[in-house]
Design a protein around this ligand. Structure first.
Ligand code: ATP
Ligand code: MG
Length: 139
């Protein structure tokens, strides 16, 4: 079954962790692995290396290092896309109109502080899973 990497970002950890977990389980995902990770600057830069050079890169790295994230491997058929759709669009103002029940519509504060992360494709999912959880065996 397909797997993806999901994260609850630091601000949402403080305020919405339990509700986000409930919604993940309610949507039929299996949480295959879970751990709290406080990223340092170097790790956050690697985690979001695809965005290096973009105008928001520095504030993104700083935001991700602000406190611990909850890192999860989610399993479900079509997990990558299913998790992206449960998260909703990057920008909450867009989420409010296009997917009002999505996690970002409900919990994001801004386009930067948008509560959750999800891999954008299967290749990234494998890379980020290995980066966060090490080269664990996945069935
Ligand atoms: P993620 O990769 O965290 O799941 P995403 O795939 O929806 O989010 P990306 O384009 O990959 O969006 O951007 C990565 C993260 O960078 C966003 O989740 C958000 O925290 C931040 N970000 C994206 N665009 C902007 C922006 N224009 N201004 C500020 N921060 C931004
Ligand atoms: Mg992304």
């Amino acid at each position: 079954v397909e797997k993806t990497l999901a994260a609850i970002k630091p601000d949402a950890m403080e305020e919405h962790r339990d509700e986000i977990m409930e919604r993940i389980q309610g949507a039929g995902f299996t949480i295959s692995q879970i751990k709290e990770t406080h990223l340092n600057q170097e790790m956050a830069e690697e985690f979001y290396k695809e965005h290096r050079g973009k105008p928001f890169f520095d504030e993104l790295v700083k935001y991700m290092c602000r406190g611990p994230c909850l890192m999860m491997i989610l399993s479900k058929e079509n997990a990558v896309q299913e998790w992206r759709s449960l998260m909703g669009p990057t920008d909450p103002t867009e989420a409010h109109t296009s997917s009002p029940d999505s996690l970002r519509s409900l919990f994001a504060k801004s386009v930067l502080q948008n509560a959750v992360h999800g891999s954008s494709n299967e290749k990234h999912a494998m890379e980020k899973i290995n980066f966060i959880f090490g080269d664990i065996e996945l069935e």
